[in-house]
Design a protein around this ligand. Structure first.
Ligand SMILES: Cc1cc2nc3c(=O)[nH]c(=O)nc-3n(C[C@H](O)[C@H](O)[C@H](O)COP(=O)(O)OP(=O)(O)OC[C@H]3O[C@@H](n4cnc5c(N)ncnc54)[C@H](O)[C@@H]3O)c2cc1C
Length: 359
């Protein structure tokens, strides 16, 4: 029977980034996904690398700023390995903040009305605002590029069948079992996002937190080349994320709705109205699509990274609203951990063991 060094449960951006990184370190890697890789939360995301956001949890600042710094090199390597670009945009963010919020990064600068209109002429919203040196990617393109890079490097994939169980022998993880087959691996990593709790005999305590998001596109015949705005714009009501091909994303709700991924037409209209309130020209665009995804949230809202109470069985999940941003650093640190090297960063705070021996 074939044996892999590492079996990764879940081919979202977290599992795919880790698979690619592990393979480049020489490990034999198998990714198993219940559906098509890259099609769950990672397909739904806006793609902001929002390391300056005032709501960044203090415990996450070091990880988040480390990941944001890694992004340009991560993307360069990904383009080399896949031949595809995830549309990394480094024009920055304009954020409207309430009086009590301060940006979480250095090099943020307050903007007055003149600077606002110089930077983003079609943005008419006014208020306490900052330029933040952030970036964004297109998470769908990122997922596609990661799949291609991983395959080209020799990562194996099993798709369309859910892992039900981590196989444990003599107290150590030795593989995974789907409904149909068993796969042997010296280490197993649970990257199953909002479904990570469903693994036997030991789930990771994530729950789904629904997010709805809207995509608007230029009307046919529009003379605008590229997006109407260059920066990501964040207001308390909506965030507006331009893509280089002219699409603009308007996000997002944060809802406790179980595994429901339905889209509510009133929510779509509300997000669109809020965006038009900030950038009136968005009224001239067409609502192309709207969708919902399930963010993986842990009980304390922090990622779950590290070895579980079962030796050889690891978790890399619970990235909640930050999984796109945290993918490079997660892949880097988990590669170090799984291959037996010390990690550059102390992961104790994020250990699955903080939830007790049942994880
Ligand atoms: C609307 C919205 C906007 C967002 N915007 C941003 C943003 O701007 N910036 C940011 O950083 N983050 C953002 N996020 C959060 C981000 O999308 C997630 O944190 C990230 O995608 C989590 O990645 P993941 O790989 O852990 O999970 P997923 O992408 O959900 O991947 C998990 C994978 O596991 C598979 N799986 C599940 N169970 C099994 C099983 N039993 N066997 C095999 N496979 C299984 C699934 O099929 C899936 O492919 C947003 C999320 C949403 C919903």
């Amino acid at each position: 029977m074939r044996t892999w060094d590492v079996a990764i449960i879940g081919g979202g951006v977290i599992g795919l980034s880790l698979a690619w990184r592990l393979r480049k370190r020489g490990a034999g890697v198998l990714v198993l996904d219940k559906g098509e890789p890259g099609r769950e939360a990672s397909y739904a995301a806006g793609g902001m690398i929002a390391h300056c956001d005032p709501h960044v949890r203090p415990e996450l600042i070091a990880l988040i700023s480390g990941s944001a710094k890694m992004y340009p090199q991560f993307v360069r390597e990904l383009i080399d390995d896949s031949g595809e670009s995830p549309d990394l945009r480094e024009q920055g963010t304009i954020a409207f903040l309430d009086e009590s919020s301060m940006p979480a990064c250095q090099n943020a600068c307050p903007l007055d009305d003149v600077e606002l209109s110089q930077r983003e002429p079609l943005l008419t919203l006014r208020g306490r605002s900052y330029f933040l040196p952030e970036s964004s990617v297109d998470p769908r393109a990122l997922g596609g590029a990661l799949i291609k890079a991983a395959k080209r490097c020799g990562v194996d994939f099993v798709t369309g069948s859910a892992v039900r169980q981590v196989v444990v022998e003599q107290g150590h993880a030795v593989g995974v079992r789907t409904g149909k087959s068993q796969y042997c691996a010296a280490a197993v990593v649970n990257c199953a996002g909002a479904w990570a709790s469903q693994m036997l005999p030991l789930g990771m305590p994530t729950r789904p937190v629904k997010g709805q998001i809207v995509c608007v596109v230029p009307q046919p015949g529009s003379h605008h080349a590229g997006p109407l705005i260059q920066h990501v714009v964040r207001t308390p009501e909506v965030y507006i994320i331009p893509r280089s091909d002219g699409r603009i994303l308007l996000g997002a709700t944060v809802e406790e709705a179980g595994f429901d991924k339905s889209v509510d037409p009133d929510t779509v209209q509300r997000l669109n109205r809020a965006a038009v309130g900030a950038v009136p020209m968005i009224r001239e665009m067409r609502i192309h699509d709207a969708w919902a995804g399930l963010r993986p949230a842990s009980p304390d809202g922090l990622p779950i990274l590290g070895e579980s109470s079962v030796p050889g069985y690891y978790a890399a999940t619970g990235h909640y609203r930050d999984g796109i941003m945290l993918a490079p650093v997660t892949a880097h640190l988990m590669t170090q951990l799984v291959t037996g090297f010390g990690t550059d960063f102390d992961l104790t705070r994020f250990s699955p063991l903080r939830f007790g021996s049942s994880s």
